[in-house]
Design a protein around this ligand. Structure first.
Ligand code: HEM
Length: 280
């Protein structure tokens, strides 16, 4: 069993020195399983077996002759963990927080109804980049959702030289683990940080991830490359959800981090279609 040799908590960051062998071992086990699946798929395609499963991400990357097997596996792994769990968890959180704030939901619904109405009047269908940029309150909702909770709880960094920080010495080679919520829930940065208040973002530029007050997507050279995609996925999902449906929690549920985010009951909701024909 691996043991933490030293650790200390300073201003929302943990510093420690710990070998990462278990993580690396787990990664290679996952890559091995995915590699087998990839080989099975390539074999099936060669034999000419066709079916629904052939028309998926694995098939489309496998068909790219300009990337190696290792690159394919790395891409699929990134998409699965970095690009799927993250956005779907963020959407669940948005649903959860909005359900508890009828005022925010109402304002969000009005924003999307207006966009849909304007598009209908112009005879347009499908969302465009301009529509997305108009979703000002939606961006406030997205930021507030990711401020209050997030699937990514902490980041991993390694000191590449001895560093002095607030009277502490972080020796070269030690790992630094900034805990994101310690900044997001800091009352010296956010008024009443525990409350869900999307309107707080109306005064802060929310449209890009370059906003320094939020760390949900990390920052600097390691800023999440999927940040803008994730926000757009959330906005498009919310656009369709709030315009067409109302919902309520089917069972009491809440987000839990242990250490990654999840809902113990998987956030079951009852969804009702809005009857636009009978609206005034
Ligand atoms: C709400 C959704 C998302 C959140 C909160 C999120 C957050 C993050 C965070 C905090 C990091 C760590 C960066 C660091 O180490 O400093 C990261 C990395 C990364 N994210 Fe995201 N992410 C999201 C969605 C996505 C999506 C949709 C994709 C791709 C389709 C993606 C791809 C990646 C990749 C490839 C990395 C690794 C970047 C690197 O190694 O430098 N993420 N993300």
């Amino acid at each position: 069993m691996e043991t933490t040799q030293h650790s200390s908590l300073v201003g929302g960051s943990v510093f420690w020195k710990k070998p990462r062998t278990r993580v690396i071992r787990s990664r290679s086990i996952i890559l091995k399983i995915m590699g087998q699946k990839l080989d099975e798929r390539v074999e099936k395609v060669k034999k000419g077996c066709e079916g629904l499963e052939e028309d998926d991400l694995l098939a489309s990357v496998a068909a790219q002759s300009n990337i190696t097997r290792d690159q394919i596996l790395d891409l699929i792994l990134s998409m699965l963990f970095a690009g799927h769990e993250t956005s779907s968890a963020a959407i669940s959180l948005a649903i959860f927080f909005l359900e508890s704030s009828p005022k925010a939901l109402q304002q969000l619904r009005e924003e999307h109804m207006n966009i849909a109405k304007m598009k209908k009047e112009k005879g347009e269908s499908g969302l465009t980049w301009d529509d997305y940029k108009q979703m000002e309150f939606t961006h406030c909702v997205i930021n507030e959702t990711l401020r209050l909770d997030n699937i990514v709880k902490f980041l991993h960094r390694k000191a590449i030289k001895d560093v002095q920080y607030k009277g502490y010495e972080i020796p070269c080679g030690w790992e630094v683990v900034p805990i994101i919520s310690s900044a997001h829930l800091d009352p010296s940065i956010y008024d009443d940080p525990q409350s869900y208040n999307p309107w707080r973002w109306e005064t802060i530029s929310t449209a890009t991830s370059k906003n320094n007050s939020i760390m949900s997507f990390s920052g600097g050279p390691r800023l999440c490359p999927g940040a803008e995609l994730a926000k757009m996925e959330m906005a498009v999902f919310l656009h369709h959800l709030v315009q067409k449906f109302t919902w309520e929690l089917a069972e009491h549920d809440y987000p839990v981090s242990f250490p990654f985010l999840g809902f113990p009951k998987h956030l079951p909701i009852k969804v009702h279609a809005i009857d636009h024909n009978h609206e005034a």
